[in-house]
Ligand binder design. Structure first.
Ligand SMILES: Cc1cc2nc3c(=O)[nH]c(=O)nc-3n(C[C@H](O)[C@H](O)[C@H](O)COP(=O)(O)OP(=O)(O)OC[C@H]3O[C@@H](n4cnc5c(N)ncnc54)[C@H](O)[C@@H]3O)c2cc1C
Length: 304
């Protein structure tokens, strides 16, 4: 038995295991090569156990939410990908405080809170991804962000210990946190606690429907990972990309959307290399023409 066989046998105790699993099946881009070991877990205990087992075996670990903010390399991901489907939730304080496992769909949960007459997440009803991913990026839209309602998170550290950490310690900023800045590398979000406010459900649902309508008109169809770049202070990223003549540009099956220039789209069988080429081209032209460095919002992961 090789060391990877031994690790595979351990991981099978915590979830469903696949080998050489194409990541293109698990990303909204529909792009990405194979993960050596891919384990699907269904509760926070399984998430912690799988992460601990991989770390103890010395294997790199990548925690996957819904794969809605990543571009996975064509060569795939070495080590273990943990597919997080932990979705249990509980409530306290008359329902105003919600504790949710990190694999819960953010949009689904936000919609449920609207229906329950709980305010704080109407802006989130169209954001794909899990609550864990939303913490990492401080996901936000239409003037709201997760940090507005986040109380604390339960984290597993690289040493296998878990503890509750207050939101204030997460350094949440526009599309960023201690996770994206590398300060919490190796930590996994197990659970998330949010505090919401009572409100009229019909009013919340109407606000959510207005956000849905805005998204439908603004965002392109086709497989993508949302906004490729953060908006620089000087100008929205899409305007800069448009101004350097890249609206609708293609490379193989990858394209810069002609509907929204900050969306990079896979029209069929795009490779990560093709998408990355367009990303680098947009950065180069914007740097040369405007002296602005476009910072990626989408994370490039795996073996590049
Ligand atoms: C059509 C579309 C529209 C979008 N619109 C918006 C928008 O309006 N606003 C916005 O903010 N974002 C938007 N996004 C981007 C994306 O939905 C968010 O960034 C989302 O929060 C990512 O969550 P995820 O679960 O898919 O993370 P993934 O893409 O699976 O992972 C992203 C990163 O987070 C890490 N991660 C995920 N879960 C955990 C965990 N439990 N513990 C530790 N690390 C973890 C991963 O390891 C990876 O590094 C959009 C994306 C798409 C495709």
């Amino acid at each position: 038995m090789t060391s990877i066989d031994i690790l595979a046998a351990t991981l099978m105790q915590h979830g469903e295991l696949r080998r050489d699993e194409p990541m293109s099946r698990h990303t909204t881009f529909g792009v990405g090569g194979p993960a050596d070991l891919f384990v699907t877990i269904r509760d926070a205990a399984g998430l912690a156990a799988a992460a601990r087992a991989a770390t103890e075996a010395g294997a790199p670990v990548f925690v996957l939410g819904s794969g809605s903010n990543i571009l996975v390399a064509d060569r795939g991901i070495r080590g273990v990908v943990i597919d997080n489907r932990a979705r249990a939730e509980s409530e306290a304080d008359g329902g105003l405080t919600r504790t949710v496992e990190s694999g819960m769909s953010f949009a689904g949960f936000a919609r449920k809170m609207c229906r329950a007459g709980l305010d704080g997440l109407t802006w989130a009803v169209g954001i794909p991804g899990t609550l864990g991913g939303a913490v990492v990026y401080n996901a936000g839209a239409y003037g709201g962000c997760l940090g507005d309602v986040l109380v604390r998170v339960r984290l597993l550290d690289a040493g296998g210990r878990d503890e509750w950490v207050d939101a204030a310690a997460l350094g949440l900023v526009y599309r960023g946190s201690v996770f994206t800045r590398g300060q919490f590398a190796g930590r996994t979000v197990l659970e998330v606690q949010l505090r919401l406010q009572p409100a009229d459900a019909a009013t919340l649902l109407a606000r959510a429907a207005a956000h849905d309508a805005k998204r439908l008109t603004a965002q392109p169809r086709g497989r993508n990972a949302g906004s490729m770049f953060k908006n620089p202070a000087s100008s929205p990223a899409w305007k800069l990309i448009d101004a350097v003549g890249l609206r609708g540009a293609t490379r193989g099956d990858a394209a810069i959307s002609d509907r929204h220039c900050n969306f990079f789209v896979n029209y069929g069988n795009a490779t990560a290399g093709e998408v990355a080429w367009l990303v680098a081209e947009a950065q180069r032209r914007v740097r040369e023409q405007f002296g602005v460095e476009l910072e990626r919002e989408v994370a490039f992961v795996g073996e590049w």
